[in-house]
Design a protein around this ligand. Structure first.
Ligand SMILES: Cc1ncc(COP(=O)(O)O)c(C=O)c1O
Length: 365
């Protein structure tokens, strides 16, 4: 029986044909017209005024912080449960990450605890909408406004997800997306910053291009990086964007099928998910305890079903182990969470096979 991987990209003949056409056209490969088209399609889709694509969704966060002038001496609030890039970006930008525990109901930053963590040095909140979920975003915005903090939304996992119809990533000064291989659409690597602020957009355009105001010019107004995109990636990304609506629908169907088949199992739990707005990019379940999660993961792997344990809590990762505190929710969630096979092309039969295996595990153990 074929192995079902936890996640795989999905590139079709449309991408192949578009790439052949682009290469035949004699394009220069680096970012140019195709990149502008891709950026426009992202801005249109999420409903922002500007989108700027960069090499990945880590450097996009670094650039957002640089554009907002957040760095040395500044503190940035970061959830203790997220992909490590959210915290790393803060360190790379020269600021200090202040880790805060999460709300177990949506796996995002606990807003009450975030308020307690604010000091005179706090300049920004790195708000991460984990797996397309979020709390009341109006509260997040109100919190940032009340304490005069820059709100950066790490929406790497949230393309397609909304809050009350408004796309995640469009509530803060910047929203950041990732197009790495496991994401709902991919360009191999890639990231995007969206904003409604013309001045911030202009800063991003310079920072990602060595700090110069114009390509090809050797005059540099600000400190910069080379984090530019390529038209090669944009050709793929533009075709993937055309498939996004369909994939959003498919991810919700996949989630519903898993939920229907597994919700009655006592030792696993689903996180509350409003499928009107949220697109669960990875199908996530919580086991009753770490041992159950680990044994189930091993069992499924032996049955040729790829699964992935949740990220470890940030403060347990070696670069951040100097940070001490009460992180009971992120610890518990990271030890009990498991991502099930989630590729957009999974068939109903694939999902039935995964669910049958999970049910048989709990029957026999
Ligand atoms: C929440 C979050 N932030 C940032 C990143 C980093 O994005 P990239 O892999 O494109 O650098 C990821 C990637 O998975 C992510 O999930």
């Amino acid at each position: 029986m074929k192995r079902i991987n936890q996640i795989e990209p999905w590139i079709g003949k449309e991408e192949k044909e578009a790439m052949a056409e682009y290469l035949d056209s004699g394009g220069w490969l680096t970012e140019h017209k195709k990149t502008r088209e891709f950026e426009q399609s992202i801005a249109n889709y999420v409903g922002s005024r500007y989108a700027s694509v960069v090499s990945n969704g880590t450097i996009s966060l670094v650039i957002a912080l640089m554009a907002l002038d957040v760095g040395k001496e500044d503190e940035v609030i970061v959830p203790d449960y997220t992909m490590i890039a959210s915290a790393n970006a803060v360190v790379i930008a020269g600021a200090k990450p202040i880790l805060v525990d999460i709300d177990p109901l949506n796996l995002c930053l606990d807003l009450e605890l975030a308020i307690e963590a604010i000091t005179s040095k706090t300049r920004a909140i790195m708000f991460v909408s984990i797996n397309g979920r979020c709390p009341d975003m109006e509260k997040v915005v109100a919190l940032a406004n009340k304490y005069n903090l820059c709100l950066i939304e790490d929406a790497a996992q949230s393309l397609g997800s909304r809050y009350k119809g408004k796309h995640l990533g469009t509530f803060g000064r910047f929203g950041s997306f990732s197009f790495s291989v496991p994401k709902i659409i991919t360009t191999g690597q890639g990231g995007a910053l969206v904003t409604d602020d013309e001045e911030l957009f202009s800063r991003v355009s310079k920072i990602k291009d060595f700090g110069r105001p114009k390509a090809g010019l050797d005059y540099h107004e600000t400190m910069g990086l080379n984090a530019k995109f390529t038209d090669l990636q944009a050709v793929i990304g533009f075709e993937q964007m055309k498939k996004l609506d369909w994939r959003v629908k498919k991810k919700k169907e996949i989630y519903t099928l898993y939920y229907d088949r597994l919700q009655n199992i006592e030792r696993i739990e689903f996180i509350d998910t409003n499928l009107e707005d949220c697109v669960p990019w990875f199908i996530d379940i919580l086991a009753n305890e770490a041992e159950t999660r680990n044994n189930l993961a091993k069992f499924l792997d032996e049955k040729d079903i790829g699964v992935r344990p949740f990220y470890p809590a940030i403060h347990t990762q070696p670069p951040y182990s100097y940070i001490k505190g009460d992180f009971r929710n992120s610890e518990s969630i990271s030890q009990r969470g498991l991502w099930l096979p989630s590729s957009s092309f999974l068939t109903n039969e694939d999902i039935e096979r995964v669910c049958d295996c999970i049910r048989s595990y709990f029957r026999n153990n």
